[in-house]
Design a protein around this ligand. Structure first.
Ligand code: PBG
Length: 331
């Protein structure tokens, strides 16, 4: 018999050898943890499709922030669930809005924690779209009006920076939003606040649980005229390229799991940090299977997050962040 020419198993023989040749290391510094903040007091309401994720009122947010700090996770992403909505999403850029209040509170409790603000209108508009609605003058069809929406998004971003946000993360997918927000932030004296752009955001069914959580389901139509077609890859390069030109500091791909090829492509084409958003339905699927005893939650989550990092993610926004941090500590 002849011996195998190559023995791949030599470097897999022991746990120590495997760790010496491991190419990807997942660490707690990779994570950004999303939070849903709401009005009132004493509110801690679990989102039914996202076990372990809550709507929190500001008085109960403190305990959650303490848990984040204790976990070693360095950054949170703040989403607001407001008590009033209107056609122009006014509560998105109200200095006393729920997001602005939450950012102020968090920076007071944990000044060193990086607070990322999601900048969009869909949670704040009564129609649930990410911009202002106008009617096409020929057909009468309602559509999202790009340029007037930019002004409102700039106001939202500036009010978030004023409240103390460390990073602005615009997720609205209007054309020109990075340039408009960069201009607005600079003019208001926030030239050092970076923009984490949701550069490549697909019109995805994987946001379903989030929309239940944030009450942001569009009341008519869908988001396909502004979010990307899941079938397209080269278009993702055009989206990212324009964000780079407009001054983005980080590029995001969302969702993550079904789009790891896009993550890798961005990593190869651009030198900016790349962020993966491990979105709500990706979380819900794991939770559902785990609660049925069908999968080993810990192993599946760590494997998934490692896969995102291997594909090119420098940062991962994930609802699993606190659990993953604990598991990485070996608990
Ligand atoms: C707001 C926004 C959405 C998500 C993040 N920011 C929803 C959407 O675009 O419909 C989804 C996050 C998730 O599913 O976890 N535009």
């Amino acid at each position: 018999m002849s011996y195998p020419i190559t023995r791949h198993r030599r470097l897999r023989r022991t746990s120590a050898l495997r760790s010496l040749v491991r190419e990807t290391q997942l660490t707690v510094n990779d994570f950004i943890y999303p939070l849903f903040v709401t009005h009132g007091t004493g509110v801690k309401e679990e989102i039914p499709s996202m076990p372990g994720v809550y709507h929190l009122s500001l008085d109960l947010l403190k305990a959650q922030i303490d848990a984040v700090v204790a976990s070693g996770v360095q950054a949170v992403l703040v989403f607001g669930v407001p008590d009033s909505k209107d056609a122009a999403g006014t509560s998105a850029y109200d200095e006393k809005g729920i997001v602005q209040q939450a950012i102020r509170a968090i920076k007071g409790w944990a000044p060193g924690l990086v607070v990322v603000a999601d900048t969009c209108l869909c949670q704040f508009t009564d129609h649930g779209h990410c911009g202002l609605i106008h009617h096409d003058k020929h057909t009468g069809v309602a559509e999202v009006d790009n340029d007037p929406s930019l002004e409102l998004l700039v106001r939202a971003a500036v009010s978030q920076a004023e409240a103390g946000a460390d990073i602005i993360a615009p997720s609205n997918m209007m054309d020109g939003f990075v340039a408009a927000i960069r201009d607005g932030l600079d003019a208001a004296g926030y030239e050092m606040i970076p923009i984490m752009s949701y550069s490549v955001k697909y019109a995805s069914a994987f946001y379903g649980p989030f929309r239940d959580a944030a009450h942001s389901t569009p009341q008519f139509g869908d988001r396909k005229t502004y979010q990307m077609d899941p079938a397209n890859a080269r278009e993702a390069l055009r989206e990212a390229e324009s964000d780079v030109v407009e001054g983005a500091d980080m590029l995001m791909v969302k969702p993550a799991l079904a789009y790891l090829d896009i993550l890798r492509m961005l990593k190869e084409h651009f030198d900016l940090p790349v962020v993966a958003y491990n979105v709500s339905a990706e979380y819900s699927m794991v939770k559902a299977a785990a609660s049925n005893g069908w999968i080993d939650e810990r192993a599946v989550v760590l494997e998934t997050l490692t896969g995102m990092k291997r594909a090119g993610a420098d940062l991962i926004i994930t609802y699993h962040a606190l659990d993953a941090a604990r598991w990485l500590r070996g608990e």
